[in-house]
Design a protein around this ligand. Structure first.
Ligand SMILES: *Cc1c(COP(=O)(O)O)cnc(C)c1O
Length: 390
């Protein structure tokens, strides 16, 4: 039953199923070891011990110190904490933030809020593969810049930014750097010492952990203000009784990611490349969006010209395939994806886009079945499209 629901699932960048090994680690922490980690007795100590063990598992995934890991409710909160916490702390220094046009809404909408409240935001443009230009970044830094926030890997097209290089530039100007690593963590190496970032966001549900738990990494000597106030949990930065089952699950998910990353990378890259090649062979007039070697190996974003992405999604859904068009967060609106227009797609081509993202439970049979059904779906829709002429 479980497995049946995972067949046809091609939306791993939106969320991932909880790995059964993660689930079994979490289970005791709901009703058996339910105790408040802050309490004095032995079972509370067990809960406390497991929260700290999870912190160590996550520190290992990103090569940080354990006391640099702060638990949050997810990637969105971590992004908010990093940006709002830094601008609050550096209020007297300046009011300028630099980010990119293709960030996740958790970063973009935080910046838009700040823009309405007296902040100046620079949105760096990207090239047709989704890369920001390091020279452009240098030019935009001023004495008023308090933070640069640029994502590690993009959720829609998979572009991987040269974070180490960008961070170096920013540090030369004595400005802090945050990166949203929600999509890269668990897929490619995320080493905070190597990248030298000051803050970094993670989310459990993108790495086969539960929804509603995440992490903000923050370097020991980097100071930010808290956004919430309470009982002093997470060293005063993020108060509230810990989500113990969630945290235990995220730790296990991080441990499994460390173990399985390399073999999964090879397997999924091979599957994605085969899918890409065969789709181009079998479907005339499609575009591969953000096609660069610096791209997540599990992600494939295509535009099928002259038809609507939404129409394809609906047809594919009937055949048991789950994919997305644009980003999940904007999939209720019919506006073309801002990420795709930022890389230079026309609104029409952006409307005809689909994101196919693979993961742990993707199989060769899944790919075969999609390759069989997809050309038929496109064919059917093009026959009734007023924009399509053979
Ligand atoms: C999913 C995602 C987020 C949001 O994480 P949540 O845990 O769902 O809040 C942030 N950034 C990126 C790049 C994402 O893909």
């Amino acid at each position: 039953m479980m497995n049946e629901r995972k067949t046809g699932y091609f939306d791993y960048n939106a969320t991932t199923p909880v790995d059964p090994r993660v689930l079994s680690e979490m289970k005791p922490f709901f009703s058996e070891i339910f105790h408040n980690p802050a309490s004095f007795y032995r079972l509370a100590g067990e809960a406390r011990y497991r929260v700290e063990a999870s912190r160590a598992q996550i520190a290992k995934l990103i090569n940080s110190h354990t006391d640099e890991v702060y638990f949050t409710s997810g990637g969105t909160e971590s992004d908010n904490m990093a940006i709002m916490g830094m601008v609050k702390h550096l209020k007297s220094k300046g009011n300028h933030i630099i980010t990119s046009e293709i960030e996740h809404p958790a970063v973009l909408n935080t910046c838009k809020y700040l823009e309405k409240n007296g902040y100046e935001i620079t949105y760096l443009t990207v090239d047709q593969t989704g890369q920001v230009d390091p020279d452009e970044l240098i030019k935009q830094i001023t004495s008023k810049t308090v933070l640069v926030s640029i994502m590690h890997a993009n959720n829609e097209i998979g572009t991987i930014q040269p974070i180490k290089e960008l961070c170096q530039i920013v540090h030369q100007k004595e400005v802090f750097f945050h990166t949203d690593a929600v999509q890269s963590a668990g897929k490619i190496a995320v080493d905070v010492k190597e990248l030298d970032v000051d803050m970094l966001s993670l989310s459990a549900h993108k790495i086969y952990g539960p929804k509603g738990v995440g992490v903000l990494f923050k370097k020991r000597n980097v100071k930010i203000d808290p956004l919430a106030f309470g009982g002093g949990h997470e060293r005063g930065l993020r108060p509230g009784t810990e989500n113990v089952p969630g945290i235990v699950g995220m730790g296990k998910a991080a441990e499994l990611a460390v173990e399985e990353m390399d073999s999964e990378a090879q397997r999924l890259r091979q599957m994605r490349d085969r899918l890409q090649k065969e789709l181009v062979n079998r479907v005339p007039d499609i575009l591969i969006n953000g096609n660069t070697p610096k791209r997540l190996y599990n992600t494939l974003n295509i535009s099928v010209r002259h038809i609507e992405g939404e129409a394809m999604l609906a047809m594919l859904d009937q055949d048991g395939f789950a994919l997305s068009s644009g980003s999940a967060c904007s999939s209720k609106s019919t506006k073309p994806s801002y990420v795709l227009t930022a890389i230079g797609l026309s609104p029409e081509d952006a409307q005809g886009s689909l994101r196919i993202s693979l993961g742990k439970y993707s199989t060769e049979e899944d790919i075969d079945r999609l390759l069989e059904v997809f050309p038929q779906v496109v064919d059917g829709l093009r026959k009734i499209s007023p924009f399509w002429t053979e």
